[in-house]
Design a protein around this ligand. Structure first.
Ligand SMILES: Nc1ncnc2c1ncn2[C@@H]1O[C@H](COP(=O)(O)OP(=O)(O)OP(=O)(O)O)[C@@H](O)[C@H]1O
Length: 993
């Protein structure tokens, strides 16, 4: 059949296309547009981005959104509806536009929110996790369309994205011809063959442009090819599932693409399986049905959606299509290589061409499931009807004898092209370049026209914006800098920790300050490494500090020893009621000062022993020495009063006698050395204080006074500073078990040693444990208040020194609280690591502890907040992130009306109590995650969660109750069957990840 047998419209239309490509598409294709409007349109180089809806109203004419008057609905898509609207920017000549309005979130998004991982987002989290799935898709579609400016691709003119509106509006050029009508109701072809060819040329040009821009459309099908109003041209529409490939973009001309919207490069929301089932390429399908074609999933069967995993029924109508083995010519698809490449667009183009020519799909399976369609796409061959097009041009069958050159029939050429397009092996599939040169595409062109067409379209399209030199340079610089930054980060992570004692103490003393500074400290810039790094560095810091202090102590003690030998201290503490609380062992071993050195040769000769953590330390001997040294001064007076709480006397009003402070201080130090207090590696001034205090103690001690249980007080402090199974196991301070253990001879000594070595600095400084310990079982209310010494109001580490001292100095109101505070000072000044192994967190062992803590409110002390509430979990406090405080809004916020914890003492089951807040969390996280900074998620926060919400944190995100889920969850979809609605179904876009 010669070219003259065909209507000559192809050449004409081709020229028409060429002319259009050189100018603005819309200006020349729509006769209805006035020249002024066309000029205005031409001026629109870029897509308008409008962030506010200034005008919205409903009139008889229609709805108004800004300058657009929305009229009738043009189509309905998956994510939104498309309307015909008129742009009234020029009221004289309103321009028709298509407005696609889409909701940011749908019901599925809300449900997905509940199923999302509770882990906080980080800078590495994909953009897809910051917004709802729907909004992500919309934004991606917009980002892609913003890049496009081509006569054969629908143009995006404006985006109206007002955050206050639940919808996003995409204003596009209006294509009045609508979708290509490619088949009649009888499933016969609706277009003539030459029309089909014309359409194909337009689509090829559009696709070529898209691929050059790095865009893979992924949903080429007749429904997404729209006619212009005059029906002289076709444009590609619908970029809802399109993918931007940076590599593809740069591979075209070897240059680095200009700066792109970051959303384009974000593949986190990329769904591997997207498109319309009938048009899916084998390489996409095979991952979902397995490569064997027997219905058994392949290696990646796990990825398949439930629908796609179904086995084909025993009775299948597949034999209607010849199998590859029958035909013997179809190359079986190679092993799976699930690449989203431009080849999938070529395949879809082949299916589209088949549909346009024959009025049906190549892999249609009558009455079959979607699975069977995929099976056919992957494994079966296709057949051709006898004629093609509405003009019924004979095809000549699928297998034709090759005619001589120049004698090819149109049917033969069509089948030849289809074979190359519907090649199952993506690597062997024809490329767009090849398609353009195919004889059927060039069939009715003169040689000159054909050459022009092929070469002309290879040139840069008018829509394509060539990056300027500056842009290219900028892009290169940015890439280089980003690599430098990444390198630096990796280096920082790998760099061994630099011990920084001052940083450690800062962290202890001022969590807020340390938080703000952590960016400057070693290894804390990257959130995930923070907890780990801290831990390591604190261990080193402690080891170093310990060594330093021991050295210092040795020098000081020997100095003091010399002094004491020369002038024995005038100890005058002897009252009739005083009693020795020194251990028998230490008393025995320390009758004279001189013998102390003999009693502890290890210390004497600088020997050391291994502690339980494996680090070498001389602490044991040092403690023993101090303990022994205190034997003579172990008789202490008791305080007068006990019944005083820190709240009863304002700190400012209490006497601040320096003498009494130092006396108390030294008294404490003295008592430290008598069994229950740890050693005091203090400086020279402490020594002087000790000496001064040894003369007169400020407070007498009576046998009956609780002050003699000052080691209990010590324990109440220890409770606030370490996790100790001993203490908790013993029922806390109140029942005296800890005391009895301590005061029993050598055990007491051992415990004294242990009690003075809290473990690693950071460990015992953990504020939650402070409170967990303080408000543990068996501690009476008074101890809560008095024993805590105000600690309950703030983390131990941030106890103000002056306040503590003033409490100590108050000789009238001296009580365990004062001791606690003073001891805190001593303890803080010591800051020694030690051999105490970490006991399990009591809170994590016993949920009831938590409950009691949460419920505790001191009677008569309404100002005392729940110990677990604000000091620890309020926003911006002590290194706890906002994320953390968000995570437990109702649990830890006492003021929260909806708080599930009942502070009045009624027990609320933990499970039910935490549920609402957690679901709130996901909601809020969704809203606010975008401003998460890396410093918001220290590793510690994550590890701490179980200790607070055991059941919550250790289990997956909360499941809804059955009754709830029944009402909110959609019932499982029945397997789709290709029955009456099969064509629509298989021709609608699906997205499965
Ligand atoms: N620019 C336009 N001019 C005229 N009609 C349009 C335009 N864009 C879309 N339409 C019509 O609206 C319908 C739906 O649009 P679109 O394909 O963009 O939505 P969608 O959500 O992506 O749908 P789906 O992915 O299910 O095909 C189209 O099939 C077409 O009929």
């Amino acid at each position: 059949m010669s070219a003259s047998n065909h209507p000559p419209l192809a050449v004409g239309s081709h020229r028409h296309s060429q002319i259009q490509r050189q100018g603005d598409a819309s200006a020349s294709t729509s006769n209805t547009l006035s020249s002024a409007a066309a000029a205005a349109r031409r001026e629109r180089e870029h897509v308008l981005e409008t962030s506010t809806i200034k005008h919205r109203s409903k009139t008889d004419e229609g709805r108004w959104i800004n300058t657009y008057l929305i009229k009738k609905q043009l189509g309905k898509g998956q994510h939104g509806d498309v309307y015909l609207a008129y742009d009234h920017r020029d009221p004289e000549h309103p321009q028709p536009v298509a407005v696609k309005q889409m909701r940011r979130k749908n019901k599925q998004d809300k449900y997905n929110n509940l199923r999302r991982s509770p882990l906080p987002s980080s800078p590495h989290t994909g953009l897809a996790d910051h917004v709802s799935a729907t909004e992500y898709k919309i934004r991606k579609e917009i980002a892609i369309m913003k890049k496009i400016n081509h006569p054969h691709v629908v143009r995006l003119l404006e985006v109206i994205d007002d955050r206050m509106d639940e919808r996003i509006y995409m204003v596009m050029e209006y294509l009045g011809g609508g979708e290509i009508k490619w088949r009649t109701t009888d499933n016969e072809p609706a277009l003539r063959v030459d029309q089909v060819r014309r359409i194909c040329r337009d689509v090829i040009l559009g696709l070529e442009y898209l691929h050059k821009q790095g865009i893979i459309h992924r949903d080429i099908k007749p429904a997404n090819l729209l006619w212009t109003e005059d029906r002289r041209m076709v444009k590609i529409a619908d970029f809802g599932v399109s993918h931007y490939s940076y590599a593809l973009h740069s591979s075209h001309d070897g240059t680095i693409p200009p700066e792109e919207d970051p959303l384009l490069k974000d593949d986190s929301g990329l769904t591997r399986f997207a498109g319309t089932p009938m048009f899916l390429a084998p390489e996409i399908v095979e991952g979902n049905i397995g490569s064997t074609g027997d219905g058994v999933n392949g290696a990646d069967g796990a990825e398949s959606s439930s629908t796609l995993n179904q086995q084909p029924p025993a009775t299948t109508s597949l034999p209607q299509l010849p199998s590859p083995s029958e035909s013997g010519t179809v190359t079986p698809a190679p092993p799976r290589k699930s690449n989203i490449t431009k080849a999938i667009d070529v395949w879809a183009f082949g299916v589209t061409l088949y549909g346009l020519l024959f009025g049906k799909m190549p892999f249609m399976v009558e009455g079959g499931t979607e699975f069977q369609i995929y099976h056919a796409i992957r494994n079966l061959d296709w057949n051709v009807p006898e004629t093609m097009g509405s003009d019924r041009i004979p095809v000549g069958g699928r297998r034709q004898r090759k005619p001589r050159k120049g004698e090819e029939t149109e049917g033969y050429l069509v089948v030849d092209l289809l074979e190359k397009l519907l090649e199952k092996d993506a690597n062997k599939r024809i490329t767009l370049e090849g398609i353009k040169k195919h004889p059927w595409i060039l069939r009715d062109m003169s040689e000159a026209d054909a050459q022009n067409w092929v070469s002309g379209t290879r040139k840069e399209e008018p829509g394509a914006r060539t990056p300027t030199e500056d842009e290219t340079r900028g892009a290169v610089t940015k890439i280089i800098f980003s690599y430098i930054e990444k390198g630096k980060r990796i280096f920082r992570l790998l760099r061994p920790p630099r011990p920084n004692p001052s940083a450690a103490s800062r962290r202890m003393n001022s969590p807020r300050r340390s938080r703000s500074r952590k960016g400057k400290e070693v290894g804390v810039q990257s959130a995930p490494s923070m907890g780990l790094h801290r831990h390591r560095s604190s261990a080193e810091v402690i080891a170093r500090e310990r060594q330093k202090k021991d050295r210092l102590l040795r020098a000081q003690v020997s100095k003091a020893q010399l002094r004491k030998v020369q002038t024995p201290p005038p100890i005058d503490i002897g009252t009739s009621s005083s009693r020795s609380i020194a251990t028998t062992k230490s008393a025995k071993s320390s009758t004279t000062q001189g013998s102390q050195f003999e009693a502890f040769p290890m210390w004497n000769d600088g020997g050391s022993r291994k502690n339980r953590r494996g680090s070498v330390t001389s602490r044991g001997t040092l403690d023993s020495f101090l303990t022994a040294g205190s034997a003579s001064s172990s008789q202490v007076p008791s305080p007068i009063s006990y019944d005083v709480s820190p709240q009863s006397t304002p700190i400012e009003e209490r006497p601040r006698s320096r003498a009494s402070i130092s006396s108390m201080f030294s008294w404490l130090r003295l008592n430290r050395s008598s069994t229950f207090f740890g050693p005091s590696p203090q400086g020279a001034e402490s020594e002087a204080e000790a000496e001064a205090s040894s003369a007169t103690l400020p407070v007498p001690v009576s046998n009956s006074s609780p002050f003699r249980h000052s080691h209990d007080v010590r324990h109440s402090i220890s409770l606030s500073q370490r996790r100790s199974a001993d203490v908790f196991g013993g029922g806390g301070v109140g029942n005296g078990r800890a005391y009895s253990r301590q005061s029993s001879g050598s055990d007491g000594l051992a415990l004294a040693v242990r009690a003075s070595s809290w473990g690693e600095f950071e460990e015992y400084a953990r504020p939650s444990e402070d409170h967990t310990s303080l408000y543990s079982e068996g501690v009476d209310n008074e101890t809560y208040l008095v024993g805590a010494g105000g600690v309950a109001r703030s983390p131990v580490s941030s106890l103000p020194t002056s306040g503590a001292l003033s409490r100590v100095s108050s000789s009238i109101s001296l009580g365990p609280s004062a001791l606690s505070a003073a001891q805190m000072l001593l303890h803080r000044s010591d800051r020694e690591g030690g051999d105490l192994p970490s006991a399990p967190d009591p809170a994590s062992q016993d949920p009831s502890i938590l409950q009691r803590q949460g419920q505790y409110r001191s009677p008569g002390h309404s100002s005392v907040t729940s110990p677990l509430s604000r000091p620890l979990y309020s926003r911006g406090d002590s290194g706890y992130s906002d994320q953390q405080s968000l995570a437990y809004p109702s649990v830890f916020d006492e003021d929260d009306e909806g708080s599930s914890l009942n502070h009045s003492g009624q027990e609320t089951p933990l499970e039910t109590a935490f549920q609402p807040s957690t679901s709130q969390l996901y909601q809020e996280e969704d809203e606010e995650s975008s401003d998460d900074s890396e410093e918001n998620f220290p590793l510690e926060v994550k590890t701490r969660r179980p200790s607070v919400t055991m059941s919550e944190a250790s289990s997956p995100p909360p499941r809804r109750r059955r009754s709830e889920s029944r009402s909110t969850m959609a019932p499982p979809a029945p397997p789709p069957r290709m029955s009456s609605e099969r064509s629509e179904r298989s021709e609608r876009t699906v997205v499965c990840s």
